[in-house]
Design a protein around this ligand. Structure first.
Ligand SMILES: Nc1ncnc2c1ncn2[C@@H]1O[C@H](COP(=O)(O)OP(=O)(O)O)[C@@H](O)[C@H]1O
Ligand SMILES: [Mg+2]
Length: 234
């Protein structure tokens, strides 16, 4: 579904990503692990057309994404939830979700999409009239993910969704991500919380200083000594 090959990317100075090869098949949840500044966000942003200097191959369902403007990416079936959530703080939960469908060329009924998001996140239905900025970090993350799902993506790019969340909220997020994947949405999940990521994903990659150094099934990565030491604290 998503095929990245020989990808090099940067912001104008030295490349941040070097010779990346990564793929996500339909229906998969794949994780990308790595320490702070490894280049994880840059990889997601490269897919979304947000990195100025990109060369190599990024194909999605047979079409090349390379060189496409960021605003043209959602139409291809990819939704990106950036680091730090960025909900519209003064708008209600409901209006945040409506905004999610705004960039869709083919609009269709918004209500049905909102119902689908509320089915995944019942808490958002309860809080539909509340200003998004007044909600807890975990709830705001649900709003941000729900807003991305309004695009009815085939592939969801998630950048550190567990960052800054209390453990009990991380458990809720875990359950929600499994439910999303069960609806047929593929997920590329960037995390520093490797135990969370490897409990959701079936496969994963490890990025160090802009290079992929490991890839394998979640089980393989979980039992890999280097991963255990560096990312699982074992
Ligand atoms: N907008 C930017 N302009 C220049 N350099 C950037 C920009 N964003 C990130 N970088 C650099 O790219 C490297 C990787 O950053 P990033 O992709 O954010 O890593 P991660 O998400 O793994 O923490 C870092 O050295 C960072 O300083
Ligand atoms: Mg990042």
């Amino acid at each position: 579904m998503l095929k990245i090959e020989k990808l090099h990317a940067g912001y104008g100075g030295p490349d941040v990503l070097h010779d990346i090869a990564l793929h996500v098949e339909a229906g998969e949840t794949v994780t990308l692990l790595g320490a702070n500044t490894a280049g994880k966000s840059t990889l997601l942003r490269s897919i979304s057309g947000l990195v100025p200097k990109v060369r190599g191959t990024i194909d999605f369902n047979g079409q090349s994404l390379l060189g496409r403007a960021a605003h043209a990416i959602p139409q291809t079936g990819i939704a990106h939830v950036p680091e730090g959530r960025h909900v519209f703080p003064l708008m209600s939960v409901y209006d945040n979700l409506v905004m999610g469908a705004y960039t869709l060329r083919k609009k269709g009924p918004v209500e049905a999409k909102i119902e689908a998001v509320f089915a995944l996140f019942p808490r958002l239905r309860e809080r539909r009239t509340q200003a998004a900025g007044s909600m807890s970090g975990g709830e705001q993350q649900m709003v941000a993910i729900g807003r991305a799902l309004m695009l009815e993506p085939k592939l969801l790019l998630l950048d550190e969704p567990s960052h800054g969340l209390a453990p009990i909220v991380v458990d809720e997020l875990h359950a929600a991500l499994l439910r999303i994947n069960a609806t047929g949405v593929s997920v590329l999940l960037v995390e520093q919380n490797a135990s969370l990521a490897l409990s959701i994903a079936t496969r994963g990659y490890v990025l160090e200083s802009g290079r992929l150094v490991l890839e394998g099934s979640a089980d393989d990565l979980r039992s890999n000594d280097a991963v255990r030491r560096a990312y699982l604290g074992l």
